[in-house]
Design a protein around this ligand. Sequence first.
Ligand code: ADP
Length: 242
Amino acid sequence: MNQAALTCTNIEVEFDGFKAVNGVDLTLDSGEVHFLIGPNGAGKTTLVDAITGLTRYTGSVTKDGTELRGKKVHHIARKGIGRTFQTATVFEHLTVAQNLDIAAGSGRSPWHLLRQRRHLPDQVVAVMEQIGLDGQAETAAGVLAHGQKQWLEIGMLLVGDADVLLLDEPIAGMGHEERDRTGRLLHDIAATRAVAVVEHDMDFMRAFASRVTVLHAGAVLAAGTVDEVSGDPRVQAVYLGS
Ligand code: ADP
């Protein structure tokens, strides 16, 4: 598809005179799983905070021609920019289906949902299947396995119609099989959306990245395919200290 879904231009974030993000340009395209990597303190989270409206910045973030700088967090979310955190933030006492239904914005109360469980919207049913939780519709989110909670959180963004997803270390704490399922899920989602992944795991990146941006000291050190960035001597120097 390859259509710019989100464009960041010259993003700068300053904390008491320290530039945590220093002139970053980044484009997220629909159709790609874009990995944001870099050592601790490189500015990855701060950049995502800026895009999602949690941190003030200079520069510009546009989506579908709309400038998002200065907009409130909920406005940015309504523009279709969804984010997950390392620790999944699901409603633990509600079922998988209820979590998705609330995220879909049905406006129905959890109590109403309890009595209407056979009438889930098609979109909720489809996403439940996509995230591999269709057999767990009635399971309380709190008892899901760690990986399943991450998938549910991603599903909540999907039913909320996010078309740019920013995921913070989605495979942290997952075993091999769950990681592979997550990688395949991200590609499935990216068929019609833009997916950006903040990640430390290089094996996961090699297996699933369509494009990689390497941040270092608040700036873009390298960007390109996995092969391009892994062969870049500047990237090797940062990661291997050579
Ligand atoms: P990464 O996600 O790549 O590990 P961060 O974006 O968390 O990096 O941090 C980038 C830099 O900004 C770090 O040096 C960090 O200490 C600093 N930083 C992050 N948030 C704040 C804050 N609220 N106040 C001051 N410094 C911060």
